[in-house]
Design a protein around this ligand. Sequence first.
Ligand SMILES: Nc1nc2c(ncn2[C@@H]2O[C@H](COP(=O)(O)OP(=O)(O)O)[C@@H](O)[C@H]2O)c(=O)[nH]1
Ligand SMILES: Nc1ncnc2c1ncn2[C@@H]1O[C@H](COP(=O)(O)OP(=O)(O)O)[C@@H](O)[C@H]1O
Length: 199
Amino acid sequence: MMQVLPIQSAATTKECLPHGRLIVLTGPSGVGKGTLMRVLLQRHPELYYSVSMTTRSPRSGEINGKNYYFVSRSKFEQLVAQGEFLEWAEFAGNYYGTPREVVLNQVNSGKLVVLEIELEGARQIRASFPSAHSIFILPPSFEELEKRIRGRAQDSEEAIARRLRRAQEEIQAADEFDVQIVNDDFETALNALEAELFG
Ligand SMILES: Nc1nc2c(ncn2[C@@H]2O[C@H](COP(=O)(O)OP(=O)(O)O)[C@@H](O)[C@H]2O)c(=O)[nH]1
Ligand SMILES: Nc1ncnc2c1ncn2[C@@H]1O[C@H](COP(=O)(O)OP(=O)(O)O)[C@@H](O)[C@H]1O
């Protein structure tokens, strides 16, 4: 049986993490990461989903503490300075970050922890935790991705344009990750994700 060492900070944790305890789910905006996560959590309540902090404004229906912790830019910057994030990045004009302490506590207590984050943050996690399992969700085509972002009808035209520009770069990085899953048929993608997490 593999020994599980407690971890305190990213800088001292290389190789300490048992394989598969920390899952990084990434992929372009609109590909369906959030929807996959939602169904995954319904089916597997034992998973721990890390709620991120962001400076983006809440979308209609989003709940503080459930979808994100919504904070001001000055508060976020203060938390960065205090080293409170496991990783953080700026995406489409807003900050997003993973709270450090709660995630490390969950990993140390033996939970399977999933981070749903963008490319730069995912790269930071891979660098700090080489044994994290990283999964990239791909769209069936760029046209379909655009259709999904627009179909969601939650973002301004400017926010959509920023997401689509960034999506081009993100998709090119897919090969950096351990596994690539195409979210074409939803159930097929979900099954593939479950196989990666529990298979
Ligand atoms: N680096 C990082 N990215 C995050 C975090 N939380 C969410 N994201 C990513 O930020 C991007 C924008 O998220 P959001 O504004 O909710 O838009 P959406 O992906 O278009 O629904 C997505 O790629 C998320 O995966 C985080 O804690 N850290
Ligand atoms: N396999 C799929 N086929 C068609 N539409 C999908 C599929 N997966 C997700 N969607 C839709 O695409 C839109 C974007 O999904 P979302 O989960 O918000 O993406 P992300 O979290 O990656 O930004 C949503 O309207 C969602 O219902």
